[in-house]
Design a protein. Sequence first.
Lengths: 305, 143
Amino acid sequence: MRHLMSPLDFSTEELDRLFDLANDIEANPGKYAKACEGKKLATCFYEPSTRTRLSFEAAMLNLGGSVIGFSDASASSAAKGESVSDTIRVISCFADICAMRHPKEGAPKVAADRSSIPVINAGDGGHQHPTQTLTDLLTIRSLKGRLDHFTIGLCGDLKFGRTVHSLINALSRYEGIRFIFISPRELMVPDYVTEMLNEKNIPYEEVIRLESIMPRLDMLYMTRVQKERFFNEEDYVRLKDFYILDKAKMQLASPDMLVLHPLPRVNEISVEVDDDPRAAYFKQVQYGVYVRMALILTLLDIHVG
Amino acid sequence: MLNVGKIEEGFVLDHIKAGKSLSIYHHLQLDKLDCTVAIIKNARSNKMGKKDILKVECDIDMLNLDVLAFIDHNITVNVIKDGAIVSKKELQLPKELKNIIRCKNPRCITSIEQELPHIFVLADEKKEIYRCKYCEEKCTETL
């Protein structure tokens, strides 16, 4: 039995098979409509995350399965002091697979150690959010046709953003990737990330301004720059507009550059960019459902002929 | 110069960094063993200048080599029988440490679930980096 705790749990060959399956689901949704009939997904969400939870639920419902669960710790036995280990042993009696989100890092790992059903980490604090990374990779592979040999810009809060660290780790396994990190000094990628890239001889650049590097990007991954991350108001006011993607900045980009964003966005991508064919962030949400469908089938070892 | 007699049966931990012997005594829980222990501090050493030595008269199986390796895998472990060195044990960094160090990450699940064991796994042997099994936070603690 397998679980998914980190995007690196799967080899690149296994990821290829997962993404092939997701693409087949995208092309032939009817073929998979009853694949999980009689199976139940438990969504154990100890903190609210409507989008991730609904994406998992939509994935299971699309496969003909059903969904049980809770979306807030106060509505679960955790409020009475039950441990994660006990909860998963109980949930294992009710469901066939579990997606768990928890504010504490490593909680899904504790569950996986005690579980008799596959556990998917649906986000554990600032640690991992593997299905977001799988979503990002599937989106890139589906829209670009490959996961190697491109230049990707990552923009915004690169210090605290777990989706960014996770994506860098996942992409560093493919050949010919060049990273360009665009962020204010306060929010640059942590040392352990750049150390890893140095060790693997993967090229990267760190820049402050977005405009100058726009023409060189095959892909731009945007994240939100939160005001509370800055040391002072003055810096925030000075820098915030550098990291807002608008029509003018998009004019500097190549005609086939993709714009990705893990969402929710606040104002870091102007709504005027939404209609640009290069804006892929809403397609990304759709790929999130496909990749979760493929993941559920893979972890339940269900094969559709 | 101080002379400490040789032991008949047991082990001698040699090449301990000067000043570390009491910490090792504590972490190996030698205080709980009913046997003779000699703690030699600041002994002269050609290799190290100064070193500590621990001589313990007990069965080698009573020694937790994992803890010792985590503290310093360069320590030499001499096994003594009939007053002579019969073998030298090589210490290797343990793959896993259970309840020897505690995860200090306040965001880790171990911070709220008291009954969970604190497990660290060897993530990088070359750099001697251990990470919490659950939150993957790097261990910065030394014993």
